[in-house]
Design a protein. Sequence first.
Length: 284
Amino acid sequence: MPLAALRSLDTLWFQVAGTVCNLACTHCFVSSSPTNHTHEAMTLEEIVPYLEEAAALGVREFYFTGGEPFLNPEMEAILARTLEVGPATVLTNGLLLDEARCARLAGIAAGAEYSLDFRVSMDGYDAAANDPIRGEGTFERILAGIRNLVAAGINPVITVTEVHDENASAAGKRRFFALLAELGIARPRLKVLPLFKIGAEAERSATYASWQVLRDGDAADGDWDHLQCSSCRMVTDQGVWVCPILVNEPSGKMGATLADTLDPFPLAHPACWTCHVYGVSCKT
Ligand code: SF4
């Protein structure tokens, strides 16, 4: 069984909204939804000790996901506190980015020593492609959120999945760039992510075949440093997991504190195959 050593703990994730979301996307590998309480939202008080431990361990950057992070009533205070320690990125579906919130976020960013970045998810360059995955009417609501960010002076990264083959094609990317230009974004930032065949996505399409697992010889030199888990950990309200992908897997939990989670991790889950084959890194 391959083992991924923790080369250095560069990136710390927070499942800051738990698994609760205002959407129930049909490809969500965490199966987040309005009724999924597998993990609950984290409070600022719960997060601060992890920030302090992370600073002592040399963590370089922080990511916030869910669920939908802006369902967390303390999200803005959490960001302000995090930015005292390092740069932060929020992964959001964009639906709760109204004008007032975007102005406050821009203010938080302007007053911080470190950078604050946003990733807004969509699954098609029009409603016909996006809404069957994310929900009726979501395309227009996502665009409204992006417009509000742009009006506040924030240029978000747009993340799309390969739920439609076209999303990863040159033609598809051109359509996304044209859409972002219409929204006033002169320098578009687009990131295309593969799908993990777990959670809701396993029900929408298919789960992994038995051969889709990692074996010792799959990394020619036995070096698994290209995997996210060689440089990150994920904090939820229930402890620390190896990575953002396996938060619903009991085997992915490594301990209660960051210090508990510095050992190598066995790459036994088929989702690890996707990370290796597609070179997945949520943070780049
Ligand atoms: S799913 Fe990916 S990041 Fe998580 S343990 Fe497996 S290889 Fe590492």
